[in-house]
Write a protein of this length. Sequence first.
Length: 664
Amino acid sequence: MSVARENVEAAPSATIEDYYHEGREFPPSEEVRERALIADRSLYEAADADWEGFWATQAAALDWFEPWKTVCEWELPFAKWFNGGKLNVSYNCLDRHVLAGNGGRVAYYWEGEPGDQRVITYAELLDEVQRFANALKGLGVTKGDRVAIYMPMIPEIVVAMLACARIGAPHSVVFGGFSPDALRDRINDASAKVLVTADGGWRRGAVVPLFENAAPILSDTRSIEHVVVVQRTGDGDVPLMQPGRDHFWHDLVLEADAECPPEPMDSEDLLYLLYTSGTTAKPKGIMHTTGGYLTQVAFSHRYVFDLHPDTDVYWCAADCGWVTGHSYIVYGPLANGCSSVMYEGTPDFPSKDRWWEIAERYRVTTLYTAPTAIRTFIKWGSEYPRAHDLSALRLLGSVGEPINPEAWVWYWEHIGGGRCPVVDTWWQTETGAILVAPLPGVTSLKPGSATFPLPGIGAEVVDDAGNRVERGGGYFTLTRPWPAMLRGIYGDPERYRETYWSRFPGRYFAGDGAKVDEDGYLWFVGRVDDVMNVSGHRISTTEVESALVDHPSVAEAAVVGAKDETTGQGIVAFVTLRGGMQVDASDKHGRELRDHVAQRIGPIARPKVVIFTDELPKTRSGKIMRRLLRDVAEGRDLGDTTTLADVGVVDEIRRRAEASPTED
Ligand code: WTA
């Protein structure tokens, strides 16, 4: 059962006025310019003069086994980049650096939540990847087979991803915080043959038993033939492991050959699937391919973070379960041969200065995180970073949601010591790579603005009718293909066309509102569709509604994202209960419904509040008035409700909303 939807609605969660009050501008300092790879407009000029030629130059920085025949073939909305070329992603990320004599360079300084540490060089990583690639082959995985990965942030997740890339088996990483149900749906959609997981991962001092959680859903999957289990938290005794089907990672690699030649892949061969939430209940398997993707993640990682691979220590504090982890923990940094920090746990374990302790220990130069983390640090207080030597830092990045100027300025002052450019980077799972961001040696920064499209990117803000907006607000669109763009939705080409290319003919639109200021700077203002952004995580209102109505007590549900000081948005659910059920609209039942959603989708989707109501506000044609519900949830004046069928409903809902307890 599902509820009626409204059309896309231009009601972004923030307005440009929220941002403008900061007013200050931050041009690159002399010091920043001096060490910058690029301190002039040459990249923009080269891209403007010949954008395809520009991308070809970037692609040529990779190692190709065979050259491409065409740079870009564009049959709207389907693109092929560097078609005819052959390369291997793991070769570019590993062998290439080892062959160049950089095998001794550190690939990852890894730190587990309990405090265990590992330093892994490029040569060691190559060795582990080859062995695990052979282990996968031994389980019957061949080129084109999909491999699901459901793991904590341990080095083996990177090894597993690269081993898949080495043998041409697309991976589908499922965030370890997703529920087993969510894992099952993704495994089934991709028909994954093998699942790689772990006995558990550490989270705030406790073990999350990944394998044990996942084991029951395996009988609901038609395709899984084998499961590989990394022993991370236990002593080897893992309940529910089935002999023959399930294997320990350490046993497999012990028996595996040390050498595994990289499979030459076509530039357009599938590298991975990554599921993301859209405006319907079913997550979309976003397809990323090989040559264009690697070209653009390497390019953007190098120039946006002004990378100096031999001296930088780069830390992207995301999880490999999200696209940020794919592009900017694994593929971009490794393609560029840089040294990264990788951390398993939460920022407040064992204490609230864990990140700063790590940053000090490894002399981190570059930190990439989300505004929600920054706002949490602000709440905790500046004494935590102040207690540590962060003087090695020279660049800070932000991703995942609009960064409010207060958070930007705090990040700049308290983490960056007033000397590190803050690069706000806009992109999406679908774009594969950063598309809008400053170049630190070139761009004068405005706190809260992601500034300008990167060189080679065609972007415009348009109005409802699709006309370009030179100054003011509208919809953010892309006007031409880019190398790392999604190649489609797995198994559903029509949905790809419909979702991204139909709202504005000839343009890509994936749901963000943006404004252009008088200097041409871009200010992203949030989603204008039914996708919420909670702590930088994309969550579909429909998905949460479906989880709610699948509880036997729920008749109808409407979910909105309401502004939240720390998490950006919080999930607020309006629920009507079925008549005749033996449940009432109690706090206890509200808690049960929140738990139910967390169990269905994952803890990140747990509503902050459930508001019970006898009716949902609907237009006379029966559509739920979500704008109105958002206004109620955010405590705003309700404005015009004349299209409402029953005006009394709103007063009732407001009264109940005020009385409903909120979960932190
Ligand atoms: C939002 C994360 C404002 C946006 C890489 C987008 C941002 C969605 C920014 C994609 C930013 C991401 N400023 N909004 N710098 N970065 N977003 O697929 O709404 O998890 O559509 O990819 O996050 O989320 P996704």
